[in-house]
Design a protein around this ligand. Structure first.
Ligand code: HEM
Ligand code: HEM
Ligand SMILES: Nc1nc2c(c(=O)[nH]1)N[C@H]1C(S)=C(S)[C@@H](COP(=O)(O)O)O[C@H]1N2
Ligand SMILES: [Mo]
Length: 390
């Protein structure tokens, strides 16, 4: 069976493009056929869906609507979801570049549109390709600490995720039939597997797996020696783990080392409390092994020692459903975070004074920082001076 011949392209179109414009099915290079587009499409479908689900979870945790409260257990849940988000995002880069290269000739198909539905589908390629490139470029720039983008990363990345996933849903709807057919179609056995497609897809797979191998150690700590391209190493930094926002950068050095330091517990309580550092050190302690799981995809686990938040809430007479805002000595930036009622009552949610048996260094939050189970790093506020009860 042969395809109906495409109408001739108008004069003035360069011969090279006219050649490409003939039905894609005639393209002799299998690296540019529907089967390659489908296989790479499937891989991208899985990786983008993983990014979308883990990203949405990260958004819910950081901006909880009324109906959502992040649990406190499993303690390492956010470490896994955000580690997966960033790792899958990195693995998608070679997949996306390969897909765009594979389908590139197809963009010059002639005639460009065959009807209204087809026109809409082709227009949706603009947000699909633009959005996909944007998600990967903005995400990579953010984790590489290359904060040069002229917009506020999280909200822009968040809204572009909806645009991209919407366009992807249209694309999948438009291509599902072609994908099924292309995957079902097998080459005659006597020809054997197609060597050029196989080589191409193997190279893409090796590139994707290789990038994962040299970055995943930023969150899978035993693999940290392999993490040649990871922007952060979980075992490097002050006290042997990374610092996000040092005391000098955040301008807290003077306040954090002031002997007059106090920690206040106030708000919806029966008794407001005020502790000096010595008072805090005299309170009942608890130890917990918990990760710092940065939104940027690195994580590091430490043994923390500190005063359970719920001990302070009990002493101040907070209600059983109270939630909390902790405030830092820092006056701007990541200087506060909310702790929902479930997390506030988990015995492992600590106002930590020590890490791995050493007094906290100034960069890690001396004299006292928050560390709690299943929280993004950005919500593990350092240099706490006030516990506000709601
Ligand atoms: C981020 C994800 C994706 C991007 C950026 C993307 C991009 C593109 C582009 C630009 C084309 C060429 C234009 C066209 O044929 O209309 C194309 C073709 C194609 N895509 Fe995707 N795609 C993605 C995901 C997927 C997924 C998830 C599937 C399958 C489930 C898929 C299956 C296909 C197929 C079968 C074709 C060729 C269709 C044909 O010959 O008519 N793609 N893709
Ligand atoms: C299809 C691809 C992607 C989708 C759909 C996606 C989606 C999302 C969503 C919905 C969020 C939550 C934003 C918020 O809290 O409001 C998020 C956060 C984030 N994403 Fe992605 N993302 C993708 C790719 C990537 C890539 C490739 C990287 C980097 C390698 C990346 C890095 C990040 C980071 C660092 C955050 C945390 C932002 C913050 O809370 O400060 N993302 N993503
Ligand atoms: N006050 C304050 N707390 C903060 C930050 C900050 O910049 N200021 N950075 C947060 C982020 S993004 C992370 S990942 C963790 C990192 O903790 P560390 O520097 O002790 O590793 O601290 C969090 N707490
Ligand atoms: Mo972070």
């Amino acid at each position: 069976m042969t395809e109906p011949a495409a109408p001739p392209a108008p004069q003035g179109i360069p011969a090279r493009i006219r050649e490409r414009a003939r039905s894609w099915r005639d393209d002799p290079d299998p690296r540019h056929d529907e089967r390659t587009a489908s296989l790479l499409g499937l891989a991208l479908g899985v990786s983008f869906l993983t990014c979308a689900l883990t990203g949405l979870y990260s958004h819910l945790v950081q901006h909880p609507p009324d109906w959502f409260q992040a649990p406190s257990q499993p303690a390492g849940l956010y470490r896994v979801t955000q580690g997966l988000h960033v790792a899958t995002g990195i693995a998608s880069v070679p997949l996306l570049l390969a897909k765009l290269w594979a389908v590139f000739p197809h963009l010059f198909r002639w005639p460009p549109v065959t009807g209204v539905a087809h026109a809409l589908e082709r227009i949706s390629l603009v947000p699909l390709v633009g959005g996909s490139l944007f998600m990967l470029v903005s995400g990579m720039a953010n984790i590489d600490l290359w904060y040069v983008l002229p917009f506020n990363f999280p909200p822009t990345h968040f809204w572009m995720a909806w645009v991209t996933m919407g366009a992807l849903a249209i694309h999948i709807g438009a291509k599902v039939t072609t994908t099924r057919a292309a995957l079902a179609r097998t080459r005659p056995v006597e020809l054997g597997p197609d060597p050029s497609r196989r080589r191409f897809l193997t190279a893409v797979g090796v590139g994707s797996a290789g990038l994962t191998a040299v970055t995943i150690g930023q969150t899978v700590n035993p693999l940290s020696p392999l993490a040649l391209l990871a922007p952060r190493h979980p075992d490097r930094g002050t006290q042997g783990f990374p610092v996000n926002g040092s005391a000098a950068e955040t301008g807290v050095t003077t306040a954090a080392t002031d002997p007059g330091f106090r920690l206040l517990v106030d708000g919806m309580v029966t008794t407001s409390l005020s502790f000096s550092l010595d008072d805090l050190r005299a309170l009942p302690r608890r130890d917990a092994t918990l990760p710092i799981a940065c939104v940027e995809g690195w994580s590091a686990s430490r043994r923390w020692s500190g005063v359970p938040l719920r001990e302070l809430l009990a002493r101040a007479g907070a209600g059983p459903d109270a939630w909390v805002t902790v405030h830092s000595l820092q006056t701007d930036g990541f200087n506060r975070s909310d702790i929902n009622a479930v997390q506030a009552r988990d015995p492992d949610t600590l106002l930590a004074l020590e890490a791995d048996g050493e007094i906290l260094s100034l960069d890690h939050g001396y004299p006292v920082r928050l560390i709690g189970p299943n929280r993004p790093g950005v919500m593990q506020t350092k240099w706490i001076t006030r516990v506000e009860v709601h």
